[in-house]
Design a protein around this ligand. Structure first.
Ligand SMILES: [Zn+2]
Length: 300
């Protein structure tokens, strides 16, 4: 059966699923791309990957995107912070740049949310660049505490699970739990205030040493015991080019990597995960398989 013939069940239609879209044509362009690709949640960068503000997003009216979320039941959207932000870096001026940029991004994103909805703002916790994991965690929690001072309550900030490449913080669930505990202790996240959550990247966790392929249920139980499943807000749904615990962070197209199609069938049918927005960040593939349709076709 080719993917065009895969029947998509109501469970497949219900998935909040999509890709990383371009902001070249502004808010309305995001809506057009999402409609064309059958996306019901998606990601985008709020500014250039190098940190320059997007004139289009800053100056255009976000109403088309607000209406699409409200009227078509899209979202929550999972916006991706530029990779250049490092809250755990050595250079204080670069940390300050990351903090003020995240504050500006959060304020911009808060204008693109329908009343009563949330928008998710996902970021890589940071790299400690040799300062050690404890210093990294401390700097990230300090930086986020400042970010939260100017984050509107309709924006939830998500820490991404990392592959543990180089000096990345956030490849162990305990590290994410510690950052969250510090924010709670600082009183900056809670009822009526902006929330903090986690994005689970299927490639990164497998790469980082959690065997989701053999034991997804067990890994989720471990996540629940350390971070709490109530904090799990989004999925980056990527296959992995390299094997278990390789710490390489190389995504592969769905079904063409080490995780494989059966794993993704389990993900889209998992009672906890299937309710969360799922974002594809997979590289281009040689065949013409539509990965959004493929995943929707796996839902039972
Ligand atoms: Zn990411």
């Amino acid at each position: 059966m080719t993917e065009e013939e895969t029947p998509i069940t109501p469970a497949g239609v219900a998935l909040k699923l999509g890709q990383h879209l371009s902001t070249t044509d502004g808010w309305a362009g995001l809506v057009q791309q999402a409609k064309a690709a059958g996306n019901t949640s998606f990601a985008f960068f709020p500014r250039s990957p190098y940190g320059r503000e997007s004139k289009k997003l800053k100056t255009q009216d976000p109403t088309p995107l607000v209406e699409a979320q409200r009227d078509l039941g899209w979202g929550p959207l999972v916006v991706h912070a530029p990779y250049v932000y490092n809250l755990a870096g050595k250079d204080a001026s670069k940390r300050t740049f990351a903090i003020t940029s995240m504050q500006d991004d959060a304020q911009l994103l808060s204008t693109a949310v329908p009343d009563g909805h949330q928008i998710y703002f996902n970021f890589h916790p940071g790299s400690h660049v040799g300062q050690g994991i404890d210093t990294g965690i401390e700097l990230i929690a300090e930086g986020l505490t400042q970010v939260f001072e100017k984050t509107p309550s309709n924006v939830t900030i998500l820490l991404e699970t990392m592959a543990g490449k180089g000096t990345e913080v956030g490849s162990r669930f305990e590290e994410l739990a510690e950052i969250i505990a510090r924010l709670e202790a600082a009183g900056v996240s809670g009822p009526g205030a902006p929330g903090i959550g986690v994005t689970l990247d299927t490639c990164h966790v497998y790469d980082g040493g959690y065997d989701v392929k053999q034991n997804l249920t067990g890994v989720l139980a471990e996540f629940d015991a350390t971070v709490g499943l109530n904090r799990l807000k989004a999925i980056h749904i990527n296959d992995s080019k390299f094997g278990f615990e390789s710490h390489k962070d190389r995504h592969a197209p769905i079904g063409l990597g080490e995780l494989g199609v059966d794993f993704f069938r389990e993900v889209v049918n998992n009672p906890t995960l299937k309710k969360l927005p799922m974002i594809l960040e997979t590289p281009p593939r040689d065949d013409d398989v539509d990965e959004v349709a493929l995943l929707r076709g796996l839902a039972e």
